[in-house]
Design a protein around this ligand. Structure first.
Ligand code: ATP
Ligand code: ZN
Ligand code: MG
Length: 398
């Protein structure tokens, strides 16, 4: 039987600044397998953990040291970023204020298959289709070429763009049994799911050549690698399954292991990418106004892991590389990122050797939406009864 969780609180070496509390807290999930939940007090001075029981004093001290290492690497001497708010419609009145999850679960509109893995029923599916219809229209306004990308992604290519250094914590690996008669027969005969996983010996599995894809636009850059960019500029769109292992941060439809992303992707000179990213933002703002969503758009950073976090987040902030669309979640007086506007400068162009007609590396950017999150935030603001939904969304359901 699993041992009872034990609470453990201790003081941080220094107060964690307010702007980093959420980010540090979410990284603590990855510090030790014994950590079940991690919270940082509002003043940033205390770390509260829920731990799997049975840790002795030495194990506890080692765990505390790891937590303090994260706090130190991410937060020591950190200056607050300049937060830029491009749009603020948080105060838009919306008709609903309950948590939609209990009813979604009760109606079978959302079924949990496993932590972070959910199936969606007809109402939520149609709602996502309504958003998708809009995104396809949006992409058409850019003349974006439709693309389909695989769910698996090449480990070799991800290595080329330093993905393993930036986001190691959230990777999901694809493996298979080694080509060996004994290994495969042994697996067939003895393998069962026990408590928290398959009981097969790790050496049965192949080395990793592929992962489950963490984003959509990477596939496009990989397809354009090592050649001149056709026509000097391109716009494409695709929807795809994305996978991010978010550990104990996995939480209802807010944070999934397996989710879907729709992207419009821009590749070309810097001004081309930036103008289109901005044009995309304005078009999306008009749509969100029509449906009456309460949200804001503000500067943000990608969820880099501990070692890369300070440098990379500061870099993204300094060069205005990422903005998030954060929708209001009225029932918890919070917000959730439902989409982002991203500019990568010539990062992919350099690492993947995508060249412009003048021989310089191409710049890239994208507009990305998390479809489950968008549907969830919408349901948080408008409820489950389509009669209360904005006409624009109701129409496409009919
Ligand atoms: P967050 O900071 O909330 O983890 P992110 O900055 O990592 O999100 P992006 O990389 O910008 O997200 O991805 C684009 C969109 O994909 C996000 O705005 C969000 O709507 C969605 N998304 C990202 N991670 C998840 C997840 N784990 N579950 C569901 N949707 C997600
Ligand atoms: Zn992208
Ligand atoms: Mg984010």
């Amino acid at each position: 039987m699993a041992e009872r969780a034990a609470e453990h609180s201790f003081a941080s070496a220094f107060p964690i600044p307010a702007h980093l509390i959420g980010q540090v807290q979410s990284r603590l999930a990855y510090v030790d397998e014994a950590i079940q939940t991690a919270a940082i007090s509002e003043d940033g001075g205390t770390v509260r953990l829920e731990l799997a029981g049975g840790l002795d004093a030495a194990a506890l001290a080692a765990l505390e040291a790891k937590v303090l290492q994260v706090v130190e690497e991410m937060a020591k001497g950190a200056l607050p970023p300049k937060v830029e708010v491009l749009e603020d419609h948080m105060a838009r009145p919306v008709p609903y204020a309950e948590d939609p999850m209990p009813e979604l679960l009760a109606r079978g509109e959302v079924s949990r298959e496993h932590t972070g893995i959910y199936s969606l029923g007809p109402l939520v599916t149609r709602l996502i289709e309504a958003f998708e219809r809009y995104f396809v229209e949006l992409a058409a306004e850019f003349g974006a070429a439709p693309q389909r990308f695989p769910t698996l992604i090449s480990a070799e290519k991800l290595d080329r763009v330093n993905y393993f250094r930036a986001f190691p914590h959230s990777l999901t690996f694809a493996t298979h049994l080694r080509e060996d008669l004994h290994v495969i027969n042994d697996f067939a005969e003895h393998t069962h799911y026990e408590e928290a996983g398959l009981n097969a010996p790790p050496e049965s599995f192949s080395r990793i050549q592929a992962l489950l894809s963490p984003a959509v636009c990477y596939h496009y850059y990989f397809a354009l690698a090592d050649k001149p960019l056709p026509g000097g500029q391109l716009i494409a769109t695709a929807v795809g399954h994305c996978f991010r292992y978010e550990s104990s941060n996995l939480n209802t439809l807010e944070r999934l292991w397996d989710f879907t992303m729709r992207e419009v992707i821009f590749v070309g000179p810097a001004d081309f990418v930036l103008e289109n990213r901005e044009g995309g933002r304005q078009k999306v703002a008009a749509f969100l106004e029509r449906i009456g969503l309460a949200y804001l758009v503000e500067s943000a950073n990608d969820p880099f892991f501990v070692g890369e976090f300070r440098k990379q987040a500061a870099f993204q902030n300094a060069f205005q590389l990422k903005y998030e669309i954060r929708a209001r979640l009225p029932f918890k007086d919070g917000s959730l990122a439902v989409g982002s506007y991203n500019y990568h400068q010539d990062f992919f162009g350099r690492h993947l050797n995508i060249s412009l007609p003048d021989g310089k590396p191409a710049h890239t950017g994208c507009v990305a939406f998390g479809l489950e999150r968008l549907a969830y935030a919408f349901l948080c603001q408008f409820g489950l009864d389509p009669a209360a939904w904005p006409a624009e969304i109701r129409e496409v359901l009919a």
